[in-house]
Design a protein around this ligand. Structure first.
Ligand code: FE
Ligand code: CA
Length: 518
């Protein structure tokens, strides 16, 4: 065993000690604790990363001024899981210690559950009881499930609109919410503001914690977390716009930027129902990419497109980050990677091994090409997959070689609904369609202008649908014979009483790569 593996084992032990637990004795014994003046569960509850026998249950204690004295102390939180929504049939309970080093967050890996069913859960600390959440385990690995219903979402700039998409998803019968990044935004645009961030651009752990806490102050967002388990990855704004690996667009000293990134990752972990926290043995990192199964129906990968990527090609020397580039030779460098070599190899191996009907590849941005011709050549947006065309070609030609018929790439980031066909050579009718792509529009963040988008549509026949003027989420119903897609949308900006409707519907038929309008 390598020293690194020993370290990993030590970490796993430490993490499980954190969630020290095992079921507390079913005597209903509750730990003594604070007599709260104000509700410490104001950020709500959440669940995520469903497996056939477990799910992650989350909450975080927050301390109003009257309760500030409790903040310096470790707190013990009881987590209770029930088989019914009336909370009459207790299943298991766990007792967890937490403290300020993890922002008083609580993550319980609730194991020993039955596959493919709903559970209800809540937390208790001293005199306070949290709201009740509902969650759902994944079906047994070999189960022949009829369907998987997903709410696909991304990009929820707090200032730019209300979260009616979350309000609607909370009411729906979903198996999980798939959130593909830009959960918080670090920055503001005073031109598009219908409510305001508190504080300036976060850089420290406390500032990122405060930003996450403000977002969770939204009742619709809390309702959507309480209603369904979430499966999540991140994009750039959880740290800072356009960052790539260890580089931000101000060309900050990477050592300085990595400390900021680590603070942002830790705050993310403290606020999300995710299994894996910051790794104290690998400073600044946090593994978020993951794979899960939904019976025999689907394998689902969630990819990390930010942490391991190569820097954007041909950046502006005065201001780094994303831009539209033309005649950029560096794009053709076959060594460049979006996922990093380890994650890319892990994905390709997983795709090759997968025996499930659908391969859902969830990642944070757009994979189809969206360049337009210019007098100097075709343009490429260097932050999305167009900026990593050789990595895209490797992925898609690998999938073509495996003869995958049912691969569906799911994305976010670009603030528009996109339905597209993916070929090894984009937009080349001679190159067979290898996979289908559905990109969801933003929950609230503003999209690009129509004239720009019209040029993209006109020059990219693989894009069968693209609209950037509306906000919402995407409803996916995965069955053995096909995937039904409904883009649920409402005009920008989203008002608190806006209503969603179907902007367009698509179908992906099993055995036939490509999107079909219905
Ligand atoms: Fe965004
Ligand atoms: Ca983004």
């Amino acid at each position: 065993m390598q020293r690194r593996d020993l370290n990993r084992l030590a970490l796993v032990w430490a993490l499980s000690a954190w969630a020290r637990a095992g079921p507390a004795h079913a005597s209903g014994r509750r730990p003594a604790g604070p007599a709260w003046q104000s509700n410490p569960f104001a950020l709500g509850v959440a669940s995520g990363q469903p497996r056939p026998d477990s799910v992650v249950l989350w909450t975080r204690l927050v301390f109003a001024e009257q309760d500030a004295a409790w903040q310096a102390l470790p707190q013990t939180v009881l987590c209770e899981v029930f088989a019914d929504d009336a909370l009459r049939q207790p299943v298991r309970q766990w007792q967890v210690d937490t403290d300020g080093r993890r922002g008083h967050s609580v993550h319980v890996i609730a194991g020993g559950l039955q596959p493919g069913r709903s559970y209800w859960y809540r937390f208790v600390c001293g005199s306070a009881i949290s709201p009740v959440g509902r969650t759902r385990t994944a079906p047994a690995m070999d189960a022949r499930v009829q369907q998987l219903r997903i709410g696909q979402a991304s990009c929820q700039h707090f200032e730019q609109g209300y979260y009616v998409a979350h309000r609607e998803m909370a009411q729906r019968d979903l198996d999980f919410v798939l959130f593909l990044g830009d959960y918080i935004y670090e920055s503001s645009n005073p031109k598009y503001r219908i409510r305001s961030h508190k504080g300036g651009v976060p850089k420290t752990l406390d500032e990122y914690r405060a930003r996450h806490a403000q977002y969770k102050g939204d009742a619709d967002l809390r309702a959507c977390h309480a209603a369904h388990p979430w499966v999540m990855t991140w994009d750039d704004h959880e740290v800072v716009n356009d960052y790539a690996n260890d580089l931000d667009r101000d060309y900050s000293d990477p050592a300085v930027f990595l400390r900021r990134r680590a603070a942002a990752y830790q705050a993310y972990f403290e606020h999300m129902p995710v299994r894996i926290g910051p790794d104290p043995l690998v400073p600044h990192q946090m593994r978020i990419h993951d794979r899960m199964a939904w019976g025999q129906l689907a394998d689902v990968w969630t990819l990390d497109c930010r942490q391991y990527r190569d820097h954007q090609a041909c950046p502006d020397p005065n201001r780094g980050g994303a831009r539209v580039v033309v005649g950029c030779d560096a794009l053709q460098d076959a060594r460049r990677s979006m996922l990093g070599s380890a994650q890319e190899a892990w994905l390709m191996q997983g795709l090759a091994d997968s025996t499930r009907r659908w391969k859902l590849i969830a990642q944070s941005t757009q994979m189809s090409s969206s360049g337009v011709p210019t007098p100097l050549g075709r343009s490429s947006f260097n932050d999305a997959w167009d900026g990593y065309p050789m990595a895209r070609e490797r992925l898609l030609s690998g999938m073509a070689d495996m003869k995958l018929h049912n691969a569906l790439v799911l994305g976010g980031d670009v603030h528009m609904n996109v339905a597209a066909n993916l070929r090894v050579r984009p937009n080349d009718a001679q190159s067979p369609v290898v996979a289908s792509e559905i990109v969801t529009t933003s929950i609230s963040s503003r999209g690009m202008g129509e004239s720009m988008l019209a040029a993209i549509r006109d020059n990219n026949p693989d894009i069968r649908h693209a609209r950037s003027d509306e906000r919402g989420y995407t409803l996916l119903e995965v069955r053995a014979d096909g995937v039904s897609v409904a883009f649920r949308a409402t005009p920008h900006p989203v008002q608190s009483d806006s209503v969603l409707r179907d902007q367009a519907r698509f179908e992906v038929v099993a055995g036939r790569a490509g999107v079909q309008a219905v």
